[in-house]
Design a binder for this molecule. Structure first.
Ligand SMILES: Nc1ncnc2c1ncn2[C@@H]1O[C@H](COP(=O)(O)OP(=O)(O)OP(=O)(O)O)[C@@H](O)[C@H]1O
Length: 200
């Protein structure tokens, strides 16, 4: 492969993925990048095609999915969203590690591609603690909370199955978890550098 391996961070909603990624970006601003997603929704004021999203119509997106161009797609409130393989390769070709915050289905999909990702699972201490974090975040209705907690049980079983991920972060204390996450990633980047991968 041409550039740095993409980095997949997977874990239940509320397990702390965004928190870890925010810290990683803050510490190494130029080493990582997010791929640009596709969407069928209309651009909002100030949003640019190819920057915030690739704005496409539904027929084109459906055809691209049939052509197997996407790693992950989802539908929210009547609009399609997705991450294309090409968008990941764009980040790679800039010498940056493409960060992907994706769900189990996306992990299963990306494993079938030639993108050769580093796969990390962010494991919450318990379902009860996950519930506390989500309640404290204040982002969920009772209904969406229940759905997320039910999905979490399945995701954790998948995450902890040997061979599914290269690394499991047990996200109890956020500072400890971040250190483990960062050290693992930095170690991986060093290995790739030693193998001649060019980084930004
Ligand atoms: N180790 C931790 N201990 C306590 N609270 C945490 C920890 N990690 C994250 N949090 C808090 O838990 C909440 C969920 O974290 P975050 O939003 O990062 O999760 P997420 O996995 O990105 O969720 P989603 O998939 O829904 O976006 C946030 O309010 C965050 O501040």
């Amino acid at each position: 492969s041409i550039g740095p391996r993409p980095l997949v961070l997977c874990g239940p909603s509320g397990s702390g993925k965004s928190t870890l990624l925010k810290r990683l970006f803050a510490e190494f601003p130029d080493k990582f990048g997010f791929s640009v997603s596709h969407t069928t929704r209309r651009p909002r004021e100030g949003e640019e095609h190819g920057v915030h999203y690739y704005f496409v119509d539904r027929a084109d997106m459906e055809q691209a999915i049939i052509n197997d161009e996407f790693i992950e797609t989802a539908e929210f409130t009547g609009n399609m969203y997705g991450t294309s393989k090409e968008a990941v390769r764009d980040i790679q070709s800039q010498g940056r590690v493409c960060i992907l915050d994706i769900e189990q289905k996306g992990v299963e999909q990306i494993k079938k591609t030639d993108l050769n990702p580093i796969l990390i699972f962010n494991n919450p201490p318990t379902i009860d603690e996950l519930e506390r974090r989500l309640r404290k975040r204040g982002s969920e209705t009772e209904e969406s909370l229940r759905k997320r907690l039910m999905a979490a049980e399945v995701e954790i079983a998948y995450g902890l199955t040997p061979g599914n991920f290269h690394k499991v972060i047990n996200n109890v204390d956020i500072d400890v978890a971040y250190e483990q996450f960062r050290d693992f990633v930095v170690e991986e980047l060093k290995k790739q550098e030693a193998q001649g991968v060019h980084f930004n």
